[in-house]
Design a protein. Structure first.
Length: 131
């Protein structure tokens, strides 16, 4: 917000006064931002927790608020999204080699921000149920 105010032509004390007023009036709220960001990226872009955490850290959000935002993502929704992404991606893979398929699926899900341990567990379970 501070950068936007400078881009609009405000300087020094004026920027700080506007920032203070926005915080005082409840328009700027880091906790609300972190929760909305995490929920939005999870629901809309289907990012995993690792990627969401990384982006929130990049934006300068405190570790406490990152954890609070991550707690808003329900475990059952998280697992359902992971399974849905796995099944959707699995249908697009043309390789015959099961190890190559597992590797491609795992890499895809890890790049989406899901935890490697969770990914490996669900990928292995998916292929065990197929045999």
């Amino acid at each position: 917000m501070r950068h936007k105010l400078v881009d609009l032509g405000l300087r020094g004390k004026d920027v700080e006064e506007v920032m203070a007023k926005l915080i005082e009036e409840g328009f700027l709220n880091e906790e609300r931002f972190a929760i909305a960001f995490a929920g939005g990226k999870f629901r809309m872009k289907q990012w995993g927790k690792k990627k969401i955490e990384q982006e929130l850290k990049r934006k300068g959000v405190s570790d406490y608020l990152i954890q609070k935002a991550m707690n808003e993502v329900k475990r059952e929704d998280y697992e359902a999204t992971l399974k849905k992404l796995l099944e959707k991606k699995a249908t697009t893979l043309k390789d015959r080699n099961i190890f190559t398929k597992k590797q491609k699926l795992s890499s895809f899900l890890i790049r989406k921000g899901f935890e490697p341990a969770e990914v490996f567990k669900i990928v292995n379970a998916y292929y065990q149920s197929r045999t």
